[in-house]
Ligand binder design. Structure first.
Ligand SMILES: C[S@@+](CC[C@H](N)C(=O)[O-])C[C@H]1O[C@@H](n2cnc3c(N)ncnc32)[C@H](O)[C@@H]1O
Length: 215
């Protein structure tokens, strides 16, 4: 059973609290005013149980999720009824060019090592319509330096910024704003890029947040 499967199995047993799930979507509050009027489809990469999909729908978008864990895909579809593709970030995104006006991702993309992140960001740009926005939050390198959230015992930096954590059995790419900019590459206008503190799932986090427009 994977790390995420265990988490979603536990959530399924305990039952999801939609109020607290929706409260967790507050990370979007500063960014939604930057992305224009809700028009068309919005994709959430690593949507988990779909709280952000629900928030996007409440804002007037047509939400679509993408998620690797079958249990989360099933939960998100059953709870909210939005389309969720079972797919992995490592593969080309299963959508046509220019499909979405908005792509978001909350604390999922930092699971990819740098090369995979570059490929995915290129894919995000492909599926976004011109003038569409990409909004994401990822763990910051300050998060690691401050020893927040995880057990860092024996952590090994496999590639610049990408740390394998033996306590979890997988790695995280800890971002800086410069790293986010480099990985995104060309073809974007950065509208917001910050390294700051926020609370997520009652956990103190230091996060890099980004809003980039496809140009
Ligand atoms: C920290 S959870 C965040 C879930 C959701 N965005 C939220 O904030 O509630 C990270 C999510 O990314 C998904 N994920 C991790 N690696 C993935 C991959 N390679 N492809 C697709 N989804 C992935 C996990 O299954 C998990 O649901």
């Amino acid at each position: 059973m994977s790390h995420w499967d265990a988490i979603y199995r536990d959530l399924e047993v305990r039952g999801l609290d939609i109020e607290s799930e929706l409260a967790g979507t507050a990370w979007l509050d500063p960014f939604l005013p930057l992305v224009g009027n809700p028009t068309g489809q919005a994709l959430d990469l690593g949507c988990g149980t779909g709280a952000d999909l629900l928030r996007l729908a409440c804002e007037g978008w047509q939400p679509v999720g993408l998620e690797r864990e079958p249990r989360a895909v099933e939960l998100a579809q059953r709870l909210h009824g939005f389309p969720v593709k079972a797919a992995s970030f490592e593969d080309p995104l299963p959508f046509a060019d220019d499909t979405f006006s908005l792509v978001i991702s909350r604390f999922a993309l930092h699971l990819l090592p740098p090369n995979d992140a570059v490929n995915l960001f290129r894919e995000v740009r492909r599926v976004l319509a011109s003038g569409g926005y990409f909004v994401f939050a990822v763990n910051s390198d300050v998060h690691r330096q401050q020893g927040l959230q995880y057990d860092y015992t024996g952590a090994v930096e496999k590639e610049p910024g990408y740390w394998f954590l033996p306590s979890l059995g997988f790695g995280y790419l800890f971002y800086t704003p410069e790293r986010a900019r480099d990985l995104l590459g060309s073809g974007w206008e950065i509208r917001h890029l910050n390294d700051g503190f926020l609370i997520q799932w009652d956990i103190p986090k230091q996060a890099v947040t980004c809003v980039a427009e496809k140009v």
